[in-house]
Every structure is written in structure tokens, then in C-alpha cells.
Design a binder for this molecule. Structure first.
Ligand SMILES: C[S@@+](CC[C@H](N)C(=O)[O-])C[C@H]1O[C@@H](n2cnc3c(N)ncnc32)[C@H](O)[C@@H]1O
Length: 317
């Protein structure tokens, strides 16, 4: 039996939302966050004529999902890029429009489980946290080189950490003695700095700092900011986009990007919609959808999920 951690989040709902756009035709879907290929595998099985383009920045995910999806043969194309390159990836494969885009944001269970990648605060491991292995700054580099102001800013913005200033001061003091290399020392520092009383509501004292470092190291919000318009740009009329976010900053970006395109740009007061000024998308979810209790029990990773979906209705391009 599969371990619960390998269950794709909100799988049934994702399949249900895509079905009208994919049913009974040779449709194309881009899974921009392939991970272990769970959602992709289910979509390919549900739609025998579907072609799937799978993107992931992590070469290990591409390799593992590639093995899992091999049984679907030439219906699968995998590309090792960040999702803001979705338009180039689609074009390079010879397509101009697609019928579905899936974004299941954040880290995969595989990445969390691999101790040496340093994503998990429960294990003492090198402070790496890069999803695209081998390129760019590590979490240790951030801790050892950022100014007090920059550290406090990322902890506060990306981690929504109330004690960002205090943590930044403690990090600067500690790194004078010796640079940070492993997560254990950082976790110890956070236990000392984050007041015990705040754990009752805020969870593990390292949770928010680890989230902030991961977002900074991987430029996650910048990548998402660029990816949303690019993804909506390759979606044909009737095509659907489904986004699953796991923290509020991501969800806010998705909400705002969708709200902007769901609005009419015809000046108010005109009796008819000006050509090319109508809404570009229709929202398919009312607010953000959450996982229900049963799903969270079966798959604890689903607890923070916020799902939003939309359909392209206009094509002013
Ligand atoms: C939550 S997992 C996806 C799990 C997948 N839906 C499944 O069913 O197995 C997120 C994946 O997105 C990838 N990822 C995160 N940020 C990315 C980005 N900017 N571009 C491409 N892939 C990204 C991660 O490497 C990770 O493998």
C-alpha cells in the first residue's frame, strides 16, 4: 500500500475540475509541478487521449516521475525547468495552446524525506534547501551572509514570523562564533529565541523560519509571480487552471492574479462589453477550497492546502 505521504493532495477534486476541459478529445495538460507524478499519473489514466507535459525544477523528480509515467509511453513529455518557463516549454514541444495547467506548489514529500537536502527541521542535516540541486545559494549561505535587515525581512515576510528581529539578531551573534552549516544548530537557536508560550498557537518554533529560508533560497514567490501570467497565457479558451497553495502569500498571489483577469476592463457605464475588454477567465471555485477532515486524516500534507481554479473564457490576445 502507498504511504499516506505519497497521496496527491485533493486528487479527486483536481480530476473533477479538469474533466470538462479534457474529456473525449486529444487534450494537452501541463503539470508544472510534477513531483512524484501522482496527479499526472491519475490524469493520464483518466483520459486515454491526453498528452501531458510535466515540468519540475528538481532533476530527481523528473527522473522518478519519468519511471512512474513510462507506462503512458509517448503521451508524456518531461522538462527540467522552473514553471515560469511554461510558455517556452510548451512552444519548444510544438504546441501553442493547452487545455489544462496544474500547479501543486511547494516541496514534495520526496524532498522533505531526503534528510541530506535540509528541508526538514526534525532532522539534523546540512542547511541546503535548494530544489534545483547544485545551483544558487543554500540556506546556510543566507544565514551566514545576509544583513540583519534582510534576514528579519525574509523571516517576517516569507515566514510571517513575529519574532523575526530577535531571531535575526541571534543568528548574527551566533555566526560570529562559527558559520552555520547544519539545521540542528539553527533549531536549537530557535528553541531558545521563540518564546515557549507562542508554540501553543504557532506550532514548532522552527516552522516559520524554515519556510522563509526555503522560499528565499528557491526564489519561490518571484517564480510564481512570473508563472501565473505565463500559465494563463498558454491556456486556450475552455482550458482550465488549478492551483494548490500551501501558505498564505502564495494563495494571495493566485487570488489576485485570478481576480484581475476575471474582471471586465470595459469602462463602467458602457452598455456593452468593448471587444477585447471582457473578462478573460471565469472563477470555478468560490474563494479557496480546503481539504476536508477525512482527507487531512488520510494525508496530513493536505491540511494547509488552498485550491483555486479558473477557466479561460475570452481570448483577447
Ligand atoms: C508538492 S510537489 C508536487 C507533487 C505532485 N503533484 C505529485 O502528485 O506527486 C511540488 C513540486 O514542485 C516542484 N517545484 C517547486 N517550485 C517549482 C518551480 N518554481 N518550478 C518548477 N517546479 C517547482 C518541486 O521540486 C516539487 O517536486
Amino acid at each position: 500500500m502507498d504511504q499516506p505521504r505519497h497521496v496527491p493532495v485533493l486528487l479527486d477534486r483536481v480530476l473533477e475540475l479538469f474533466a470538462p476541459a479534457l474529456h473525449g478529445k486529444p487534450a494537452i495538460v501541463v503539470d508544472t509541478t510534477l513531483g512524484m507524478g501522482g496527479h499526472s499519473d491519475a490524469l493520464l489514466s483518466a483520459h486515454p487521449e491526453l498528452t501531458l507535459i510535466g515540468l519540475d525544477r528538481d532533476p530527481q523528480a523528473i527522473e522518478m516521475a519519468g519511471e512512474r509515467l513510462a507506462r503512458h509511453g509517448d503521451r508524456v513529455h518531461l522538462v527540467n525547468v522552473t514553471y515560469d518557463h511554461i510558455d517556452e516549454a510548451v512552444e519548444d514541444l510544438g504546441y501553442s495552446r493547452v487545455d489544462g495547467v496544474l500547479m501543486d506548489l511547494g516541496v514534495s514529500s520526496l524532498q522533505l524525506d531526503e534528510e541530506e537536502r535540509g528541508f526538514a527541521y526534525s532532522k539534523d542535516a546540512p542547511l541546503d534547501m535548494r530544489m534545483s540541486k547544485g545551483s544558487g545559494m543554500t540556506a546556510a549561505d543566507v544565514l551566514n551572509t545576509y544583513s540583519h535587515g534582510d534576514l528579519a525581512r525574509i523571516l517576517s515576510t516569507y515566514g510571517e514570523e513575529r519574532f523575526a528581529g530577535k531571531i535575526a539578531s541571534a543568528v548574527l551573534k551566533e555566526r560570529e562564533k562559527e558559520p552555520f552549516t547544519n539545521s540542528g544548530r539553527l533549531v536549537e537557536l530557535l528553541y531558545a529565541v521563540v518564546p515557549a508560550a507562542s508554540r501553543r498557537t504557532g506550532g514548532h518554533p522552527a516552522k516559520r523560519t524554515f519556510q522563509a529560508l526555503r522560499i528565499e533560497v528557491n526564489g519561490e514567490l518571484e517564480s510564481l509571480r512570473l508563472a501565473l501570467p505565463a500559465a494563463l497565457g498558454v491556456l486556450g479558451v475552455g482550458g482550465r487552471i488549478v492551483v494548490e497553495s500551501y501558505q498564505s502569500l502564495e494563495d494571495r498571489m493566485v487570488k489576485q492574479a485570478f481576480a484581475e483577469l476575471a474582471k471586465s476592463k470595459t469602462p463602467p457605464g458602457l452598455p456593452v462589453e468593448l471587444p477585447g475588454h471582457g473578462p478573460e477567465i471565469k472563477l470555478l471555485t468560490k474563494g479557496a477550497e480546503l481539504a476536508n477532515e477525512q482527507e487531512i486524516e488520510d494525508n496530513p500534507r493536505a491540511a494547509p492546502v488552498r485550491l483555486r481554479a479558473a477557466e479561460r473564457i475570452g481570448d483577447p490576445r
